[in-house]
Design a protein around this ligand. Sequence first.
Ligand code: ADP
Length: 166
Amino acid sequence: LDVHDEFTHRTLATDVMRPRRNDPPLAVLTQDSTAVEEAEALIKDTDYSGFPVVVSRESERLIGFVQRRDLTLAISDSLVYFTEDAPQLPASDPQPLKLRRVLNLSPFTVTDHTPMETVVDIFRKLGLRQCLVTRSGRLLGIITKKDVLRHMAQMMNQDPESIMFN
Ligand code: ADP
């Protein structure tokens, strides 16, 4: 095992995933308790390409992943109604926006202990844009394609020799 191999083997998904220790928490949506206002705020206040969807903030169980683009479209495409009798729902209830159609129900996930070497391989082979990091079904973080590329660039800086072998 040369220096390069040792280093790549020791780096785990948990070392590359966001958020880092002092970062703000992961920007997520809950499956049935997110107000349109909150979803809009998330779109306005962050520029992430997508958001994990969890059961609730307490459980943090991963349900899926929604692309920013699809969420934005779904919100701006939605209709409001002014009639006395709402279709299906009582008139007093706000008409919920059904966003399941834009939810990716099987986003790719790895555990926090997955070696980065494997993560890099998965990104390459599947052409992933992002991958979620979980432990026992609990969402811990996210790794984007750029995070992987940044990680690889760091590897090469730390070990210029490796460039010659890659
Ligand atoms: P890219 O990495 O291509 O710029 P993003 O804009 O989605 O893609 O992500 C920017 C950074 O924020 C990345 O380091 C990524 O890990 C992190 N990130 C992505 N989505 C979220 C999210 N929903 N909550 C917190 N951090 C995120």
